[in-house]
Design a protein around this ligand. Structure first.
Ligand SMILES: [Zn+2]
Length: 552
């Protein structure tokens, strides 16, 4: 009996002691000593989740597999809004919110106020740094909310640094945020330089000039052949097929590509952007930045945002099932290994935390899907716009009611609607009822519907999270699955379907558990998770949840 009492008391003790134990574990990450010296955010432009599994046997131990073996793998991570493009993707990863709040509704969009198309990071009030062209006139001014690196800057009294690096300007600028010390992106053409904007600095720092004046970039103007014997690339389609674009000056889209010869007809150094070597250049530059910007050298956490864009250019050109994509990922895996090794030696193992994700994924080339009997196809968007306009003319007696059609949205001519004394809701509704009858338009909604009710699930919820009341159009439409407005070769992206939304998400390094989950996570969870790790405020518009199970 005494034994029973003791075991009963022991049971009670265990019951009461468990929550206390949990508490000790969960407060650990708030301790300033446990903060990483450097957070490295890695975005792989257009990376589908299945590139991890499809090319798994081709990867080495130090890149993607190192993240699998040491870090946390969120295997069911998705975009939670439409459109899945580069600008919105990078903004959402780092702000923890969606276009509804951060305002980056596309890469380019029609600005209703000034009545012309604007670029997400274009800023005429800035000057280029490192080039005399307009390519540096950039800033994040159109992004309305803060990024987690912004919150880290505020928290550390601007002592923790932020640096953004990418081939694409928007891939460097949006992640780094409003308070960044620097963002650098690639300028190809006749130079092959990294440049910046007066938003950050007046002149390039010495280490960037040194990099630009070195032979590093030019050394990649060499033949691009597969890293391993092409016969072993059994995870992708035939090298010669009807679904790939290729380079000007070479008849077939097949290996090898002599970049030094092809550069002339393909934009000079710009050809490197669309090859696996563009990723190697970014890895080289990011490694140079560790020392050049003195990142992760003290207890004030710095943030390095690196975006590999060449994966996107290769996907657009050759499609997601190409040998070129397979080789690009095999080589990217090696570039990641180099970057992680540099972090180990320059910042120190256990002193840094990495996350890796993508800004969107991509569809299989529709003409390839058709060849294997999967419903897919192409939309002639110009003909479609004409049809929209014709309908409006018949219905309302005027041809200029449609001001712009872009990013699967129709912008109506508000002034004309007022002038004709029409009801905006009626015009939106009439257009929705008309276009939903067109072939390959699967869904259509009015802006009024988007802003007057709340959708919790399905495509309506994704459209709503991508809908910004001030910036978005009057009518939104969705094509049938795997129907794209694009050329017959190569892949693209933009929808709310799994082929565009499902992207990798890894965390690894300081403060991160080892494990994996199939539980659904969303891209907007990343910034709150990093904020929780650092013990800083969440970005001001963040809607995601910290992923508690990845934090140590
Ligand atoms: Zn793209």
């Amino acid at each position: 009996m005494l034994k029973n009492v003791i075991s009963g008391l022991l049971g009670l003790f265990l019951v009461f002691s468990c929550p206390a134990q949990n508490k000790i574990v969960s407060t650990k990450s708030a301790d300033s000593n446990s903060k990483p010296r450097l957070v490295v955010g890695i975005v792989i432009d257009q990376m589908r989740y299945d590139y991890l599994t499809r090319f798994y046997n081709k990867y080495g131990e130090g890149g993607f597999k190192r993240m699998m073996n040491e870090g946390f793998n969120c295997k069911n991570n998705h975009y939670n809004y439409v459109p899945t493009y580069t600008g919105p993707g990078h903004a959402s990863i780092y702000t923890g919110t969606t276009p509804k709040y951060h305002g980056i509704i596309a890469n380019d969009w029609y600005d209703k106020e000034i009545k012309k198309s604007v670029y997400c990071t274009g800023d005429d009030s800035m000057k280029s740094v490192g080039t005399n062209t307009e390519d540096g006139q950039m800033s994040p001014h159109r992004m309305k909310t803060t990024t987690f690196p912004d919150e880290n800057r505020l928290f550390t009294q601007m002592r923790g640094k932020t640096v953004g690096i990418s081939i694409k300007d928007r891939g460097a600028i949006l992640p780094a945020g409003h308070t960044a010390n620097a963002a650098y992106w690639f300028y190809g053409k006749d130079k092959g330089y990294f440049i910046s904007s007066t938003f950050y600095m007046d002149t390039l720092p010495n280490w960037v000039n040194e990099f630009n004046n070195s032979n590093v970039v030019a050394s990649y103007l060499k033949p691009w052949n597969t890293l391993y014997n092409i016969e072993t690339y059994t995870e992708s389609g035939n090298d010669l097929n009807d679904f790939e674009g290729g380079f000007k000056g070479k008849e077939t889209a097949s290996f090898p590509y002599d970049l030094n010869v092809l550069k002339e007809k393909n934009g000079g150094f710009d050809i490197l952007k669309a090859t696996a070597y563009g990723n190697s250049i970014i890895a080289d530059f990011a490694i140079a930045a560790l020392n050049g910007e003195q990142l992760g050298q003290d207890n004030m956490t710095d943030v390095l945002a690196v975006s590999f864009s060449s994966t996107d250019y290769v996907g657009h050109n050759f499609g997601v099932n190409s040998k070129e994509i397979e080789d690009t990922y095999i080589r990217l895996d090696k570039d990641l290994e180099r970057l992680f090794k540099a972090l180990d030696t320059q910042v120190g193992k256990g002193n840094y935390t990495v996350f890796l994700t993508a800004d969107h994924a991509a569809v299989e080339v529709p003409s390839y899907l058709q060849s294997v009997k999967i419903p897919a196809g192409y939309i002639d968007s110009k003909a479609q716009k004409n049809r929209f306009t014709e309908f409006m003319e018949i219905k309302f007696g005027t041809s200029d009611l449609i001001e712009n059609v872009s990013n699967n949205q129709v912008f109506l001519n508000r002034a004309k609607i007022e002038e004709l004394d029409l009801d905006l809701d009626d015009v939106q509704e009439a257009l929705v009822n008309e276009i939903i009858m067109y072939p390959n338009i699967d869904k259509a909604y009015t802006a009024t519907a988007m802003s007057s009710q709340e959708f919790n699930t399905g495509i309506e919820a994704l459209l709503q999270k991508g809908f910004n009341q001030k910036r978005s159009g009057d009518v939104l439409f969705v094509y049938d699955p795997a129907f794209i407005s694009y050329g017959k070769t190569g892949s693209t992206h933009g929808t709310g379907l799994n082929y565009d939304t499902h992207v990798p998400l890894f965390f690894f390094g300081k403060g991160i558990k080892h494990g994996q989950t199939l539980q659904k996570t969303e891209v907007t969870d990343i910034a709150p998770t990093m904020s929780a790790l650092l013990g800083i405020s969440f970005p001001n518009g963040a809607i995601g949840q910290p992923l508690e199970f990845v934090l140590d």
